[in-house]
Design a protein around this ligand. Sequence first.
Ligand code: SF4
Length: 291
Amino acid sequence: MEIEIDSDSGFCFGVTTAINKAEEELLKEEPLYCLGDIVHNSMEVNRLSKKGLKTIDHNQFFQLRNEKVLLRAHGEPPSTYEIAKENGIEIIDATCPVVLNLQKNIKKAYLSSNTEDTQIVIYGKIGHAEVNGLVGQTEGHAIVIESLDDLNKIDFTKKIKLFSQTTKSIGNFDQIVEKIKENITDCKNFEFNDTICRQVANRIPKIINFVSKHELVFFVSGKKSSNGKVLLDECSKINSNIHLISDLEELDFSLLEGVNTVGICGATSTPKWLMEELKSKIERYLQNKKA
Ligand code: SF4
C-alpha cells in the first residue's frame, strides 16, 4: 500500500511564526500565557502546554497582572492591548502580518467613513477570534455576515465597504459580492476588498490534485479550524472517500481494507508531525497484520 503525505499541507507562515515565537519565549523559562489556543489543533496545543505554555481565555486574561501573554496569529481587538497596558501585561505579539494588514485597512475604512451612511461589512464567522479582532477596529460597528442568508442585516440604500476574514472561501465571497451588486441601490456605493489569505486560497488547487490521486484520504485537522473546513469541503467535492481525523484515536483501520493508495493531508493549522504520526500508525498496523 502506498501512503503519501501532502507536501503542501501543514502550517502556514503565520502559524509557524507564532509557534516559533512561543517556543523561543518558553526557552527563557518564565511563565508564558497564550490568549486562546495558539492554533486550532488540540494535539499541538497539548505539545506546547507540556513545554509550559498556559492557554487562557479572555476572562482569565482580565484577571492577570504583570505577566507575559502571547497573542496568536488571529490577532486581537484594540481593547486587548488597552487592558494589557492597564494591568502591566507584557504582550508578545504573534499576530500574522496578513491579519495585521487587514486590521489596519478596516480601521482606515472605518475612520474615513461616516457611520450614519456607511456600513463596514465583514464576511466571516461570528465570534471567531480573527473576526472579533476585525470588528474591534470599528468600535464594534461592523456587520458580520456568515452567508448569503445574512444579507438581510445590510441596508442596501446605504454605502457598503466589504471585507473578508482571511480564511474564507473565495467562491463564497464572490457570490456575496454578486448578491450585493444585485441589491444595492447605487453600485457606486459598493466597495469590496478580497482579503482572503493566499496561503489558504492557493492551496485549494494543489490539495484537490492531491486527493484526486488517492483512493482513500485522511484529512487531519482540528474541528474548530475555519481553514480546515474550507479545504475539507473542497476536497470532498473531488473524493468522497475522505475522512476527518482530529485525533489519532479516531483512525478506523477497517477503512484501509482493499485500498491501494492512501493520502494524508491537512489544514494550515495541522502540524506536519501529526500527519507523520498518522502515517506511522497505519504502517505499524499493516506490518502487524502481515506478521
Ligand atoms: S492563513 Fe494566512 S492570514 Fe491566517 S495565519 Fe496563516 S498566513 Fe496568516
